[in-house]
Design a protein around this ligand. Structure first.
Ligand SMILES: Cc1ncc(COP(=O)(O)O)c(C=O)c1O
Length: 394
């Protein structure tokens, strides 16, 4: 591990109360996920990885690329994560992914999910992509996951745009599997010079693309992506059940960015937590806010469910017209949408997960990288927009 990657590991160990030697920085979290699932595929015979459809395509691509089978279970509207009461695990379950969606960490739900997974001998995977450096823990303070994935990617907690890290529990019961995961993570190669350059120049490329007329920008973006000059957050292949590149470690430049950004994490988190508290106060009893959101949580975005008689896409569009960076993450599921959901083992519309589909239809998110006063103003704008979007109104 390079000097820079060692710094990242130390920072992550400090904020989580874990050991630096159990952290492995990677170029993007998805590559760390791939290594964990590939090790699982190689050492076991079970194939099902239980996860949720309310997620990013890049969280499921590694499962497919590793030769495992994504299996979708219902989410809870309270946590936007797997519902422990609806979880059915079979003899083929190899792993369960506990995703802290938007950074909502519900300790008691996570513990129940981990207990269910362990009861069938499945690997407990934690997806902390939205909340780098935060993990679900047992009452004694030890992390409950076997493997925990953290992202420094675009639109996550920190402004790094690239980078990820995997924590591998030193207490993992299956020692052979643990060794296989660690060996694979340590053997990761550095990104090619072209990919390393794409990461270094990403910010400048975006600045140029964002200034061009939309049609031209879209065409140029596609060309730059096809020629590997641009490394977008979600590449076309990553909407088709594949990954854009072979798995790679963090380049020195990416690791250096991660280590520097970790120094700002406490400040970033407290700013976001203040915005969340303001949203909870303004929206908590006016719209459906996931109950797992407690005021002190530093969420990457603030989610709420639009009322059933309101078109959530219209809410997002009208807020954007008003200059609010409202988001439609996870509509469609496997965001920003699979070219063919059946490749991912999902048949939308067959009503297999009615709760998840209802959440996806109604989910809206608001920015948390704003001052509390601005959050209050955005919340009031959101309420007014919801009112104006009620079915039957113009
Ligand atoms: C829930 C979730 N898991 C995993 C990932 C993958 O993270 P990375 O972009 O670092 O590969 C993402 C990325 O958007 C995500 O939203």
């Amino acid at each position: 591990m390079t000097h820079q990657s060692g710094d990242v590991a130390r920072h992550l160990a400090d904020v989580t109360g874990t050991r630096a030697q159990d952290w492995f920085p990677v170029f993007k979290a998805r590559y760390g996920m791939l290594e964990a699932f590939a090790a699982l595929a190689a050492t076991g015979t079970e194939r099902a990885v239980v996860t949720q459809f309310l997620t990013c395509a890049t969280a499921v691509d590694p499962i497919l690329v590793a030769g495992m089978t994504p299996t979708y279970a219902e989410v809870s509207p309270a946590t936007l994560s797997l519902d422990p009461d609806a979880l059915e695990l079979g003899s083929d379950t190899a792993a369960v992914v506990i995703q802290h969606t938007f950074g909502i960490v519900d300790q008691s739900a996570a513990r129940r999910l981990a207990e269910s997974a362990r009861s069938v001998g499945a690997l407990v995977c934690e997806d902390s992509a939205h909340c780098v450096g935060r993990m679900a823990i047992w009452p004694d303070g030890t992390p409950l996951a076997d493997v925990s994935f953290h992202s420094f990617g675009a639109e996550k907690m920190l402004p790094t745009k690239f980078g990820g890290a995997v924590w591998v529990s030193p207490a993992m019961a299956d020692r052979e599997l643990r060794a296989a995961i660690v060996d694979r993570l340590l053997a990761l190669k550095n990104p090619s010079p072209r990919l390393a350059l794409a990461a270094r120049t990403y910010r400048y490329q975006l600045a140029v693309l964002n200034r061009l007329p939309r049609g031209l920008s879209r065409r140029l973006r596609a060309l730059l992506t096809a020629t590997s000059v641009l490394a977008p957050p979600v590449a076309p292949a990553e909407r088709e059940g594949r990954l854009a590149h072979a798995p790679v470690a963090a380049s020195d430049w990416v690791a250096h960015g991660m280590a520097s950004a970790m120094l700002t994490l406490p400040r970033v988190e407290s700013g976001r937590a203040r915005a969340v508290a303001a949203y909870v106060e303004e929206l908590g009893d006016r719209v459906e806010v996931p109950a797992g959101i407690t005021a002190g949580q530093p969420l990457v975005r603030f989610p709420f469910l639009a009322p059933p008689d309101v078109d959530a896409d219209a809410v997002v569009a009208r807020l954007r017209e008003q200059g609010v960076v409202a988001g439609d993450w996870y509509r469609p599921g496997l965001y920003p949408g699979a070219v063919d959901p059946e490749v991912y083992g999902y048949r939308p519309g067959d009503n297999a997960q009615p709760v998840t589909e209802d959440v996806i239809a109604r989910l809206v998110n608001l920015p948390t990288n704003v001052e509390p006063e601005r959050a209050r103003q955005i919340a009031r704008q959101a309420l007014a927009v919801i009112d104006s979007c009620r079915v039957g109104r113009a």
